[in-house]
Ligand binder design. Structure first.
Ligand code: ADP
Length: 500
């Protein structure tokens, strides 16, 4: 019989909204613990105490101090305690100013901090010491330690090595979630002893990776279960094309690897209440979307008229397939459409988009920069959203687009393949289609799919069906949290693994 008893979960992450965020990791580590807590489980979250975190604003209070053993001797950690807003999730920050009181989290001016190995070894080691303190002070030991990305991966390794014999941890199991396999925490072999791990763990079966130390690999080898942020991406990372050299390790652990799609904050991203929009709308009353479109056209100095409006909000990189967008723009400029582009990234792409704007001011609006308010206005005002990514672990923008009735056109990869139901006459007739998808990462494939979408757009009944199906898709965290809880139970019931 499946157990329904409450679980105790410890999240370990180098970022979590609202304390610290550089990307999707921060969103997940801020939202998922809260949702898991809402399902009735006891959740604690550990993050570094960066200098940029405003302790007063977040209500952080000193909880205690830890003497953390490291390769460089004992280092003191100041632990502060707070709460994730609107939740019972306790947040513990690991402080050591020489490591974390800096302007950024991982590096400055495009260069990683040279002591990142020491910094995140310390963070993970302090997390283990914090768990020992919890056990001592309050007999609180989690059932599952849920680590995220390379910065937290060593906590899983420590659990199975330096702390393997601790009686407090006999029942503690671990999960590692990979948010983007492109980031692995690679360091020179000579620096490996700074982890405090013995040389027996610097082998090709453990943390060695083509002569370097690879922290993520350590987590992949030692965690009881592995997850990534979509089922398709969990299969793709087992291939040489998208495995970033770790496909072999992931294949070996394929029975322990699964994918859970991220959710979005459905309060911040809600067209019925979004305070950044000039008008509100919902799937049962779409009238406000037209006025959002007119406002967007004015904002981007485009003619205010009824014409299909295609949008992109993205980092301008080749991962996101923005070169494909640039390649189809000349064709698009020949059609009666408008295009809205918001983003920053590769300078040649930025220049290319701006030069299109100069030549076709009545057809394309371009904003170079990061602008959250405009991102909301575009999600609401556009008709179609382009996301031709070469790879995409999960992707958020297509989820916002679904919710805002802005039909996504995506490449069939990673989370894009898992979250958009591609249009075919049959999926449309069944009311299932929510967008358009193509396979090949080529301008031809993108253009063909845009042309198909424009034909469907001309049929208002069919198009409205697509919009509504997308808007009614469940993209909330609640659904993802249930999938994670099922994995926590599976891990908690696993026998202790004997070796990596
Ligand atoms: P990734 O994390 O790989 O960049 P995602 O689709 O998962 O891609 O998330 C991107 C997020 O960043 C979305 O919320 C998107 O709206 C936002 N975003 C990207 N570029 C910009 C920009 N220039 N201005 C405002 N928001 C942006």
């Amino acid at each position: 019989m499946p157990s329904t008893s409450p679980l105790k979960i410890l999240f370990v992450s180098s970022e979590a909204v609202p304390f610290a965020k550089t990307g999707g990791l921060g969103d997940v580590a801020g939202a998922l613990p809260r949702e898991v807590g809402r399902l009735g489980h006891a959740v604690r979250l550990v993050i570094p105490r960066y200098g940029t975190i405003d302790g007063t604003a977040h209500g952080l209070k000193e909880w205690g101090r830890l003497a953390v053993p490291t390769a460089a001797g004992v280092i003191s950690a100041v632990v502060e305690e707070g709460r994730l807003p609107e939740s019972d999730v306790q947040v513990f920050t690991i402080g050591h100013d020489p490591f974390f009181a800096r302007q950024e989290f991982y590096g400055e001016a495009g260069a990683d901090y040279p002591d990142n190995l020491e910094r995140f070894s310390f963070f993970c080691r302090a997390t283990m010491e914090l768990l020992l303190a919890f056990a001592k002070v309050s007999s609180w030991t989690p059932d599952v330690l849920h680590a995220h990305d390379w910065q937290a991966a060593l906590s899983v390794v420590y659990l199975r090595s330096l702390y393997a014999k601790r009686p407090e941890f006999t029942k503690l199991r671990s999960i590692l979630t990979v948010h983007n396999l492109g980031f692995q925490g690679l360091f020179p072999a000579a620096a490996f002893p700074k982890t405090g791990l013995g040389p027996e763990l610097f082998t090709p079966k453990t943390l060695e990776f083509f002569g370097q130390a690879n922290l993520l690999k350590g987590g992949l080898v030692f965690a009881d279960l592995l997850t990534t942020v979509s089922p398709t991406y969990s299969r793709e990372i087992q291939t040489p094309e998208l495995g970033f050299g770790l496909d072999g390790v992931l294949q070996e652990r394929k029975d322990s690897l699964s994918g859970v799609v991220n959710g979005i904050d459905t309060e911040v991203w809600n067209p019925a209440t979004d305070s950044l929009l000039p008008e509100h709308y919902s799937s049962s009353d779409l009238a406000g979307k037209r006025r959002c479109k007119e406002a967007l056209q004015r904002e981007l100095s485009l003619p205010v008229r009824e014409v299909p409006l295609l949008a992109v909000i993205s980092r301008f990189t080749s991962q996101k397939g923005l070169d494909l967008v640039a390649a189809v723009l000349p064709e698009l400029m020949r059609l009666d459409v408008q295009v809205a582009l918001l983003g920053t990234g590769d300078p040649p792409l930025e220049l290319q988009f701006q030069s299109f704007r100069m030549r076709h001011p009545d057809k394309i609006g371009v904003r170079i920069g990061f602008d959250d308010a405009l991102a909301h206005a575009i999600e609401a005002g556009a008709d179609l959203f382009l996301m031709p990514s070469r790879y995409e672990p999960c992707g958020l923008s297509q989820l916002y687009s679904l919710r805002y009735g802005t039909v996504p056109i995506v490449r069939k990869t990673g989370g894009l393949a898992d979250t958009v139901v591609a249009y075919t006459p049959r999926t449309a007739a069944n009311g299932l289609a929510t967008g358009f998808a193509f396979n090949e990462a080529t301008p031809e494939a993108l253009l063909t799919t845009i042309l198909l979408a424009l034909r469907v757009y001309a049929d208002r009944t069919e198009w409205t069906g697509l919009m509504k199906a997308g808007m009614e898709t469940d993209v909330s965290w609640a659904r993802s949290a249930e999938a994670y809880v099922a994995l926590y139970r599976r891990t908690a019931e696993m026998p202790k693994r004997s070796k990596g």
